[in-house]
Design a protein around this ligand. Structure first.
Ligand code: PGA
Length: 256
């Protein structure tokens, strides 16, 4: 099996002041100056992209947007293009986060367009998938996650899969304090990788990083990462302070 370097990604959502954003990203940059055994991603709110660009310049941290619009430019009030992100040194775009899907009505086909535009712009897409509590209780987890992965990747060719990271985020675990157990997460990661293997072959499946997201903390990260198909975490609440996010990175095996 190909070695997969874990990724710890912080999704700040709509939080922090400009000063807090500067302080947190500068603090992380000091701790993560060069590539180690873990990759660190940050997703600040769009108005803070240039703050994060500035403070992480001399570090190994990669950053990007929480959401992008797939057109190159034009009359799309309130939206952020991929070239705006990359022009500031951003290399990543989060796509299809459950808050985008459930609070802003983002569809699978919009997510697919965003993934395609992101890889065409030579950035990396972090595609989020995950079932609601209702869907889990109805036994639909596998079919929902399968559909979201298949449709999210529909518009890209297999040669672009190395520009995609998957994030399994059960909606019932996001911001609720209810982390999925390592067993629950591993089961979905395993079936996701099996789906990739069936569609794209062993090499693509075994090199894809699949992150878990949903109430990850410094205490839960190592149990999750010990599972064979869990390759990192997408962290919301616990990414908002240097202490907790740095502990998650430390507990993932990073030593500078
Ligand atoms: P949480 O958010 O860690 O606060 O649950 C995770 C996410 O939504 O990416």
């Amino acid at each position: 099996m190909a070695a997969r370097i874990p990724i710890i990604a912080g999704n700040w959502k709509m939080n922090l002041s400009p000063d807090q954003a500067r302080e947190l990203s500068a603090g992380l940059a000091r701790e993560h100056t060069r590539p180690g055994t873990v990759e660190v991603f940050i997703f600040p709110p769009a108005p803070y992209l240039s703050i994060v660009a500035e403070s992480t310049r001399a570090s190994a941290i990669r950053f990007g947007a929480q959401n992008i619009y797939p057109e190159p430019k034009g009359a799309f009030t309130g939206e952020t293009s991929l070239s705006m992100v990359s022009g500031l040194g951003g290399q990543l775009a989060l796509v299809g986060h459950s808050e985008r899907r459930h609070q802003f009505g983002e569809t699978d086909s919009q997510a697919a367009r965003k993934v395609a535009a992101t890889v065409q712009a030579e950035l990396t897409a972090v595609l989020c998938v995950g079932e609601t509590l209702e869907q889990r209780e109805a036994g639909q987890t596998e079919s929902i996650v399968t559909d979201q992965i298949e449709s999210g990747l529909r518009e890209i060719g297999a040669h672009h899969l190395d520009q995609v990271v998957l994030a399994y985020e059960p909606v019932w675990a996001i911001g609720t304090g209810k982390t999925a157990t390592p067993d629950q997460a591993q089961a979905v990661h395993h079936l996701s990788r099996a789906l990739l293997r069936k569609q794209y072959g062993e090499a693509a499946a075994s090199s894809m990083r699949i992150l878990y997201g949903g109430s990850v903390t410094p205490d839960t990260i190592s149990g999750l990462l010990a599972r064979p198909d869990i390759d990192g975490a997408l962290v919301g609440g616990a990414s908002l302070t240097l202490d907790s996010f740095a502990s998650i990175i430390q507990n993932s095996g990073f030593h500078s």
